[in-house]
Ligand binder design. Structure first.
Ligand code: NAD
Length: 497
């Protein structure tokens, strides 16, 4: 067990909002207070944005986008340089960014350092370069004798709504491509994770982006809903729960407003009979328990061949039972607390349901000893789980794994696919090509062989109730563009366009 450190030092406080490129007094007096989930101590506050503040932010984004010589009209190179300045400004704030994320949501600091501080600058540079090297227009010879100029234009003002579990990475997954494409944005962080969003705003100010291109409005779901249906918004980019995604999708459907939805998951790790799990423990930990189980694509269902069921259960129980649990800010911590008391209640409710429905607790199942403060739950492995059980069907969003037996590969694939969701997954095998064959049969937006990573160059997204659309890669860039066909006179070959 890691030594519990003082999670909270000096409270972080802000009295102004970053609206339209400047720090402005909020219209109302409400604040959002943050409590550290590791220590339950007060960590500080920020102003809560009201609908008036959000309207101001959208109006500024609209002006910045519609400006005839503004951001949307800059060359990809000029925008790329601005993205690179933002990358530098974020790098300079890297350690503080990691600290703020871990302080607020309980993510082990080793993970926030890599993914919340390290990943965003990489992504900004990737999209800066991608935009420079991807032509925004092409002349196509047609079949009717003429040519057409096909252009890719920025979609406009984006409302970016993000959850608390990877607040920075999930913001930059939207911010980097939309800026590179020439869009402007109003970011709404989750109320649980606001300090990192304000640090991002400071970096945006330092990077000298034009006024109005980026604003940050912290608030709850009502404020999110206000943005989703706002007449000044052209596109919604949402990451969060499937329930909220459905509500947002309904509104966007009614408005015929483009929307990207990155939602929940219940992914499966298929362990084949030739897998060598014992040599792959770090990767196995990464895909089953990373970020205290609060990761959308985690493999919370482990499908084990009946012939090796006891083996697989032993490896997983050893893994889950052997982790270092503690304060998220302690570098030795592998598992931190749940983000909130409410989240812990939810996870403990699922553990009780698992027991009540007849699954056997192989390890964990309670609260870790010696941690009197903080919203901690023991990593828990359930054995003898049927895929129809509640804990195998619903997203728990905590460190709770179900080990499900299967007879042959066809049955493993059928179980993996018997889910409302389709976001992630892995196949574990000594024969990587056999793994790819199995992976092709799994109905999921992403899947890995003996490993899993969301590489900047490859699309990430879910199918079924896990969402619509992709982030990352060229696909994540195209999501912020709309195509236009400009038909040329039959005598015009389009030369020089
Ligand atoms: P949530 O849906 O409750 O909230 C996410 C964000 O949406 C917050 O900013 C919230 O204020 C806002 N919001 C909620 N309801 C809204 C509404 N009706 N209209 C507009 N905005 C609304 O989710 P959460 O509990 O913060 O996050 C956990 C969920 O996010 C999990 O289901 C997880 O799987 C999912 N998630 C998905 C991905 C992915 O890429 N697929 C990544 C991370 C998390």
């Amino acid at each position: 067990m890691a030594t519990t450190e003082q999670a909270t030092t000096t409270p972080i406080t802000y009295d102004k909002l970053f609206l339209g490129g400047a720090w402005e007094a909020p219209a109302g007096e409400s604040t959002i207070e943050v409590v550290s989930p590791s220590t339950e101590q007060y960590a500080g506050y920020v102003p809560e944005a009201s609908e008036t503040d959000a309207d101001r932010a959208v109006a500024a984004a609209r002006r910045a986008f519609d400006d005839p010589s503004g951001w949307a009209t800059w060359t990809p190179d000029a925008r790329g340089e601005a993205l690179e300045r933002l990358a530098v400004a974020l790098e300079a704030r890297g350690p503080e960014m990691a600290r703020r994320v871990s302080l607020q949501n309980g993510m082990p600091i080793s993970i926030s350092t890599a993914l919340e501080a390290g990943f965003p600058p990489m992504l900004l540079r990737y999209y800066a370069q991608h935009a420079r090297t991807t032509p925004a227009a092409e002349v196509r010879p047609g079949l009717l004798g003429g040519h057409t100029l096909v252009t890719r234009e920025p979609v406009g003002v984006v409302a970016a709504i993000v959850p608390w579990n990877f607040p920075q990475a999930l913001t930059i997954l939207k911010l980097a491509p939309l800026l590179a494409a020439g869009c402007t944005v109003v970011i709404k962080p989750a109320p649980e994770t606001v300090f990192d969003a304000f640090l991002l705003a400071e970096a945006v100010a330092e990077a000298d982006l034009p006024a109005g291109v980026v604003s940050v409005v912290p608030g709850g779901r009502e404020l999110g809903a206000h943005l989703v249906s706002h007449p000044g918004v052209d596109k919604v980019a949402f990451t969060g729960s499937t329930a909220a995604g459905r509500a947002i999708g309904r509104t966007c459907g009614e408005l015929l407003r483009p929307v990207t939805l990155e939602l929940g998951g219940k992914s499966a790790a298929i362990v084949l009979d030739d897998a060598d799990l014992a040599s792959n423990l770090e990767a196995l930990f990464g895909v089953t328990l990373m970020n205290n189980g609060q990761t959308c694509w985690l493999n919370s269902r482990i499908l084990a061949p009946k012939s090796r069921y006891d083996d697989v259960l032993e490896v997983l129980s050893g893994l889950a039972g052997g982790v270092t649990i503690g304060d998220a800010l302690d570098p030795a911590t592998q598992i931190g607390p749940m983000t909130s008391a409410r989240q812990r209640e939810r996870v403990e409710g699922y553990i009780a349901t698992g027991r009540a429905e007849g699954a056997r607790v192989a390890t964990g199942g309670g609260r870790p000893a010696g941690l009197d403060k903080g919203f901690f739950v023991e990593p828990t492995v359930f054995a003898d789980v049927d895929n129809t059980a509640t804990i195998a069907r619903e997203e728990i969003f905590g460190p709770v794994l179900s080990v499900i037996p299967y007879a042959d590969v066809d049955e493993a694939v059928a179980i993996a696919n018997d889910s409302e969701y389709g976001l992630g997954g892995t196949v574990w095998t000594s024969d990587a090509r056999r793994g790819v064959d199995v992976a092709r049969r799994v109905r999921s937006g992403t899947i890995g062989i003996n490993a899993y990573a969301n590489d900047p160059t490859a699309p990430f997204g879910g199918i079924k109730s896990s969402g619509i659309g992709s982030e990352l890669g060229p696909e994540g860039f195209a999501a912020y563009q709309q195509v236009k066909s400009i038909y040329l006179d039959a005598a015009d070959s389009g030369e020089g366009l």
